[in-house]
Design a protein around this ligand. Structure first.
Ligand code: ATP
Ligand code: MG
Length: 213
């Protein structure tokens, strides 16, 4: 597996995994990961750009190599952040449960895994492959996101909510109504995205003419 993954010391590692399309990565992702790292005392956060994802129509998604490089540029100044190519390099669909199993194997189970998501992603967790095993093998951190309140989550998830919430920690982060969709749209319209994403990511977008129609 990736040589970039944090090494195991004497203590079991506490690792955050932040999965996403990251098309492109933005400050919403970075603030969420950093807040989760501090509040949950994570040794490290691994950003995991999705490869072939079962949830998105891949033909509309920017090439994995671009999304990977933008994520790398975004984490370069944070010693606790890394990016993994694990899902990108797979040809079959990347399900979270498979990634979690691979991490557990790599660390010979000497790892505490926290999967970091936005509150919107928790809403469809019951549709994820083997989600019950997923909830048993790793914890979830659900960050607040404008438009997705936790009380609404309870209504939408219905009876499954009580089971899910036992393994899901709620994380309040400074609200940022920002998404990759919003950034892509702004670039296409010729509007500035300065401060919405790190400067090097912004430069990368222009240099490679991403998101222009
Ligand atoms: P898109 O608009 O393309 O769906 P996105 O901004 O939602 O992009 P994703 O790559 O889909 O980004 O999201 C990766 C993870 O980050 C998801 O769990 C998502 O909920 C979370 N996330 C994204 N933006 C925010 C934000 N502003 N605040 C909190 N969580 C966020
Ligand atoms: Mg999204």
């Amino acid at each position: 597996m990736s040589f970039l993954l944090p090494k195991v010391g004497d203590q079991p590692l506490t690792l955050g995994i932040m999965g996403g399309t990251f098309d492109p990565i933005h400050i919403g992702h970075l603030v969420t990961a950093e807040e989760a790292r501090q509040q949950f005392k994570l040794d490290h956060v691994v950003f995991m750009p999705a490869g072939v994802t079962p949830h998105k129509e891949m033909e509309k998604v920017t090439a994995g190599e671009h999304r990977y490089l933008m994520a790398m540029l975004a984490v370069i100044d944070n010693p606790y952040f890394t990016v993994s190519r694990m899902e990108l390099d797979r040809t079959e669909p990347s399900y979270t449960i498979d990634t979690v199993r691979r991490f557990l194997k790599f660390y010979e189970n000497k790892v505490d895994l926290y999967f970091i998501t936005g509150a919107d992603a928790i809403l469809d967790i019951i549709t994820w492959k083997d989600y019950e095993e997923l909830l048993e093998t790793c914890s979830f951190i659900a960050a607040s996101r404008p438009g997705y309140s936790f009380s609404k989550m309870k209504v939408i998830l219905g009876p499954a909510f009580n089971e899910i919430i036992k393994k899901v920690y709620l994380l309040e982060i400074p609200a940022m109504a920002i998404s990759s969709t919003f950034i892509r749209r702004r670039v296409a319209e010729g509007k500035t995205v300065k401060y919405l994403t790190p400067e090097h990511v912004e430069q990368y977008i222009y240099k490679n003419r991403l998101y222009t129609r």
